[in-house]
Design a protein around this ligand. Structure first.
Ligand code: HMG
Ligand code: MG
Length: 298
């Protein structure tokens, strides 16, 4: 049976905007966070404490975290690839941090400039510091079904990285299809690999929609009982180190699917559509959510 409630983590302000070519003012990012929480989102991935040389769009992480108006009950997460990122982040009081590794060696090198084993060594003190500070730690495993450099990725690679993440004390694992190549059976295998090391309630799916498969993959996960997903308002997003990867599955489309299935999300779809319309206008892009476009045309 399908879950009764699904937790949506909107990664739009982070994953959605990190790859934008044109500068997005911090004020727009702050406004987007406000609109998302007003629409009922309870988990928002706000920004990344990464090298501004690597990802210029996230250079305003401190300003954005300082600018948001925190709403009780909403949890704000940020990406921290190393201790330097953690030290900058902790001052901004995130509820959760994200360390991001990969199931592919080549992608690990391209994205964070180190091997998988080295990445775990870097994450370990970050996880320890976060736990000491009472901050939850999520790990992303990129390229969990396919890699832009290595092609297909075996589920055993996902299990290996999940095991390493668990061993250093990570609380939650996000299985990420960075380039959106997955189809349901492959995604199921990757999820099952992660579930060898993490409980159902601490395993989530993060699907980019490059090949239009994300909703099918989410439906497959729902049938497995997975009830946490990363999505991005108006389908924004993409990783600068995964060429050709398009945005995350649109939050609006996922909410439409879930509500249609009778699954609660706590999200007001109309308000969410307005949030997506706002940011699409600000960055001058066509809204990437099919559900939003249909609702706006009504
Ligand atoms: P590096 O060059 O190996 O790092 O980069 P380093 O430790 O040698 O330091 C080099 C310079 O970077 C130094 O500055 C450091 O101070 C600075 P310099 O002395 O040259 O002026 N630096 C930092 N500055 C700010 N914040 C930091 C930081 N760390 C070092 N935290 C590093 C290694 C990890 C820093 C780099 O590769 C990096 O920033 N990568 C980030 C890549 C990224 O953000 N990718 C997108 C997010 S992941 C994603 O989108 C996938 C996901 O959505 C899931 C999925 O879809 O797959 C999560
Ligand atoms: Mg992503």
């Amino acid at each position: 049976s399908l879950p009764e409630f699904v937790k949506i983590v909107d990664v739009g302000p982070r994953d959605g905007l990190q790859n934008e070519k044109n500068h997005v003012p911090a004020a727009d990012k702050i406004a987007l966070v406000g609109l998302l929480q007003d629409a009922g989102l309870r988990e928002i991935e706000v920004t990344s404490f990464v090298s501004p040389k690597w990802v210029p769009q996230m250079a305003d992480a401190l300003e954005v975290m300082a600018g948001i108006t925190r709403k009780p009950g909403v949890r704000y997460s940020v990406l921290t690839p190393n201790l330097k990122g953690w030290e900058a982040a902790v001052a901004t009081r995130p509820d959760e941090i994200v360390v991001f590794g990969a199931a592919s060696e080549a992608f690990s090198q391209k994205n964070i400039n180190c091997s998988i084993a080295e990445s775990i060594d870097r994450f370990a003190p970050v996880v320890a510091a976060a736990k000491a500070a009472g901050v939850k730690v999520r790990a992303a495993i990129s390229c969990a079904v396919g890699c832009p450099y290595e092609g297909d990725i075996a589920p055993s690679r996902v299990a290996m990285v999940a095991r390493m993440m668990r061993a250093i004390g990570v609380d939650h694992v996000g299985v990420a299809d960075t380039i959106g190549v997955g189809t349901p059976l492959k995604v199921r295998a990757a999820m099952e690999a992660a579930l060898e090391h993490f409980p159902l309630a601490e395993t989530s799916g993060h699907f980019h929609d490059t090949y239009g498969q994300a909703l099918s993959n989410i439906y497959e996960c729902l049938q497995m009982g997975i009830h946490t997903f990363d999505t991005s308002v108006s389908g924004l997003g993409g990783c600068p180190y995964a060429k050709g990867a398009t945005g995350n599955v649109a939050t609006e489309d996922v909410v439409y699917l879930l509500h249609g299935l009778g699954i609660r999300t706590g999200i007001d779809l109309d308000k969410l559509v307005d949030a997506g319309a706002f940011i699409s206008k600000q960055i001058g892009k066509t809204n990437g959510s099919r559900a939003a476009r249909a609702l706006l045309a009504k």
